[in-house]
Design a protein around this ligand. Structure first.
Ligand SMILES: *Cc1c(COP(=O)(O)O)cnc(C)c1O
Length: 429
């Protein structure tokens, strides 16, 4: 191979995956082991001092899991990455080195329902809080960032409403205020968008979705751009100052662009234990090999289904950013030029009851609380994933009662449309 940087599709298959040094195995083995034998006492000491990189115990690192982290890191164009047990774990792991009691994160009001609950309720137990803002109102975002803010958080394509976030605009505010921008890139995947190129500091993923791609794994990833200067202010002492939780190591002065990644392994995974398992990592690696092919078909099918639905008289509106009618259509060329994803909502004439009937009448679509599967999926968010939200939060997050969310799969598009057609006939009869 030449020295030219490898293309995305090549990295999706090869990044992080040298033939196994012990056996020559071409596919990455599942290293189903808890611990690793030290060469001698000196080797062990060097590993624990972070003077040498190697494996100690699988709560921290494991070769199969590291291969996955390194592959997603390469696809996102980051400096380092860690894999963890779920997308929700990844979000806590991304915030953990930055936050402390009394600190807050400024978060988009358009987020995955589970994230809204995690941020508005559960993180309060750590003394952290979230301030939700409409990320189209840039003045409101800027005004929300105060002296205790330690990050701005958004999703590339916001779940569930077909909303595209202006990442560059949020990155400019984050930059001005000296805080990192964290982007949940789950619904776009690095094939459609690489947030670091738009100024993101950290990218988080639920690997459960498009990265694995077939609904077999629960996993998460945090990718660090390596570009944020954690020592530029006194806001991030766990990274810039001697850290008592790791015998006084000052991560950023000692490790530079790898500070966040090493902190996340040496303290985050060590003490929070939200580790990914090697078998799950293996499935996700297999999924990523076909990420580009799948995403191409996902967006192609989603566009055709959205266009068909928009013309149907039984539908009130379709919120797919790929449609010319979408207020976010202009952002597609800038943020997700290869396509606006495959997740969107549509409103059925007949409201809540018609939506419930529609979901019950679909045959090819699976009624599940998931997205990013090869299979077409449907959910009525207001009665399921988003039912813990207040009426105001439901509207703000795009999950109004008359709205159904679909995750368009990679089946024959004619079959997807035929299924919607027969179910709409029953729902609106
Ligand atoms: C599913 C999802 C999550 C949570 O991921 P889990 O793997 O289910 O913990 C977070 N963000 C988005 C956008 C998601 O779709």
């Amino acid at each position: 191979m030449t020295d030219k940087p490898l293309g995305f599709d090549t990295l999706a298959i090869h990044a992080g995956a040298e033939p196994d040094p012990a056996t020559g195995a071409r596919q990455i083995p599942i290293y189903q082991t808890t611990a690793y034998v030290f060469r001698d006492a000196d080797h062990a000491a060097k590993l624990f001092n972070l003077q040498e990189v190697g494996y100690i115990y699988s709560r921290l690192t494991n070769p199969t899991v590291s291969a996955l982290a390194n592959r997603v890191c390469a696809l996102e164009g980051g400096a380092g990455a860690i894999a963890c047990s779920s997308g929700h774990a990844a979000q806590i792991m991304a915030l953990f080195p930055l936050m402390g009691p009394g600190r807050n994160v400024v978060a988009s009001s358009r987020l995955y329902g589970g994230t809204i609950t995690q941020f508005s309720q559960t993180i309060k137990r750590f003394g952290w809080s979230a301030k939700f803002v409409d990320t189209d109102d840039l003045a409101a975002v800027e005004a929300a960032v105060d002296d205790d803010t330690r990050a701005i958080f958004c999703e590339t394509i916001a779940n569930p409403g077909g909303y595209i976030t202006d990442l560059d605009a949020l990155a400019a505010i984050a930059n001005k205020k000296g805080v990192p921008l964290i982007v949940d890139n789950t619904t776009a995947s690095p094939y459609l968008c690489r947030p670091i190129e738009h100024g993101a500091t950290l990218v988080v993923h639920s690997a459960t979705k498009y990265l694995t791609g077939n609904g077999t794994v629960t996993g998460g990833i945090v990718v660090d751009s390596g570009k944020f200067d954690w020592s530029a202010s006194d806001k991030f002492p766990s990274l810039s100052q001697p850290e008592p939780a790791y015998h006084g190591l000052a991560f950023h002065p000692a490790l530079g662009s790898m500070a966040f990644t090493f902190h996340s392994i040496a303290i985050g995974l060590r003490d929070l234990g939200m580790t990914m398992n090697p078998q799950g990592a293996h499935y996700t690696l297999m999924g990523i090999e076909t990420l580009s092919l799948r995403m191409q078909r996902h967006v192609e099918n989603a566009m055709k289904v959205a266009e068909w639905l928009e013309k149907d008289p039984r539908i009130d509106f379709v919120t797919y950013a790929g449609l010319k009618s979408s207020p976010y259509n202009a952002r597609v060329a800038k943020i997700v030029p290869k396509g606006a994803g495959a997740l969107f909502t549509f409103a059925v004439k007949g409201g809540y009851d018609a939506c419930v009937k529609l979901v019950d009448s679909l045959k090819l679509f699976s009624h599940v609380a998931n997205l990013g599967d090869t299979r077409s999926l449907v959910i009525h968010s207001a009665s399921t994933t988003h039912r813990q939200l207040t009426p105001e939060q439901l509207i703000a997050s795009g999950a109004a009662p008359n709205v159904v969310r679909v995750s368009i799969g990679i089946e024959d598009v004619a079959d997807i449309i035929a299924d919607l057609d027969q179910a709409l006939a029953k729902a609106t009869a």
